[in-house]
Ligand binder design. Structure first.
Ligand SMILES: *Cc1c(COP(=O)(O)O)cnc(C)c1O
Length: 375
């Protein structure tokens, strides 16, 4: 059986460093915060070229903390792509803010700047909610179109929060993912581009005050001077120190080896599949960290049958994602109609994500592609 994302092979490759870092944490016995967390935050902020990094318990909390730090809540609206993982919208909803869904670009599956502006204007003219932020998602590893998004945000005076849970490691003309939002977030869930061995997340900013606020909010809203002096209501969301050990052992290798291998593997897939399926489009000057390699299957073909054929040949595949956020039961009350999301609807009905990871071998990619393309 081919692995969808082979974490075991990666562990075998990096075992010495990972084991050493984990046992250092055990010897040191400081399991929450401490030296390795400081070291990781310094390294992460430097690789994405930001002033501050605040680690936390997972990528969903990272988004929630970002919105809390910006004071977004009841009565506010935030704009979010319709086609993404649920947390991109859920993290703001739990604070009482209202998501406004935006259709995606047909090619990249990222938020459509054109429809974004339409939805901002609609929200303003409706006057029910106060528009506050755009959550731009770097879906499947490719950064969203920040040239356009940032200029729209500027025009309407909105914050940009970058959901880089899938985008860590990507860049636009050398400017790193997680450097585009006033606050950017990522996830270290094991199957993300940079994963730890449990849940984990991080938040990035260049703003000193936001950085302090995030540090307070992740620890019950405590003051810096006295941890039993609570200044506001926060949550408990810290990265475990053992996970920092795992990430420190993986980080250099991720940038020096894994990202290039991912891109080489994606290129080979595209070369072998482009005549049979619609393969991923990466914009000129954009670099993807390939959280997923997702093809579109022609409407005339049966996606389930293709999925089964792959499975019968030992190849897992996934439908990321089977529905748009506007189609989720949790958001039924918002009463969206399908008509506003033609690109999401096209993609949810046709998408199929294939195995991709840095340790996938050329012969495995050729084998998968052969099975997919033979009639
Ligand atoms: C995984 C993911 C998240 C949430 O991260 P967790 O660490 O699982 O909480 C948020 N947004 C996107 C786009 C994701 O893919």
């Amino acid at each position: 059986m081919i692995q969808f994302r082979d974490l075991k092979k990666q562990y075998i490759c990096l075992k010495d460093d990972i084991d050493k870092n984990i046992s250092e944490v055990l010897e040191d016995s400081s399991f929450i915060l401490g030296k390795k967390i400081d070291e990781l935050e310094t390294k992460l902020s430097s690789v994405v070229n930001r002033k501050y990094c605040v680690t936390c318990a997972n990528g969903t909390d990272a988004l929630q903390l970002a919105m809390m730090a910006l004071g977004i809540g009841q009565g506010d609206a935030f704009f979010v792509p319709d086609f993404t993982f649920f947390a991109s919208a859920g993290a703001g909803s739990i604070l009482g803010a209202t998501p406004v869904f935006v259709d995606i670009e047909a090619d990249t599956f990222n938020i459509s700047p054109e429809h974004l502006e339409v939805q901002i204007k609609n929200t303003l003219s409706e006057g029910k909610y106060n528009p506050k932020a755009i959550i731009a998602v770097d879906l499947f590893g490719q950064p969203a179109d920040y040239d356009d998004i940032l200029s729209i945000a500027n025009k309407y005076n909105l914050y940009v929060i970058e959901d880089g849970a899938q985008g860590f490691g990507g860049n636009i003309r050398g400017k790193m993912a997680c450097s585009f939002g006033v606050i950017s977030t990522t996830s270290f869930f094991p199957a993300k581009p940079l994963g730890c061995y449990g849940d984990g997340g991080a938040i990035f900013t260049d703003d000193y005050e936001i950085n302090l606020k995030l540090r307070s909010l992740r620890s019950q809203g405590k003051s810096i001077i006295d941890k039993y002096d609570n200044l506001e209501i926060g949550i408990n969301s810290r990265l475990d120190t053992i996970q920092a050990g795992v990430l420190l052992a993986k980080l250099d290798h991720f940038f020096s080896f894994e990202l290039d291998e991912l891109n080489r593997n994606a290129q080979l897939y595209t070369q072998l599949l482009k005549d049979c399926f619609k393969t991923p489009s990466i914009k000129e000057g954009y670099f993807s960290s390939w959280a997923q390699y997702t093809i579109l299957i022609d409407e005339s073909l049966d996606r389930d049958a293709i999925k089964n054929k792959l499975l019968n040949n030992g190849i897992p595949s996934m439908v990321y994602y089977p529905r748009g956020l506007h189609q989720q039961k949790a958001y039924e009350r918002l009463n969206y109609s399908d008509n506003n999301f033609p690109n999401t609807l096209n993609v949810v009905n046709r998408c199929l994500s294939l195995p991709i990871h840095p340790y996938l071998e050329e012969n495995e990619i050729r084998y998968i592609s052969n099975i997919l393309c033979c009639k």
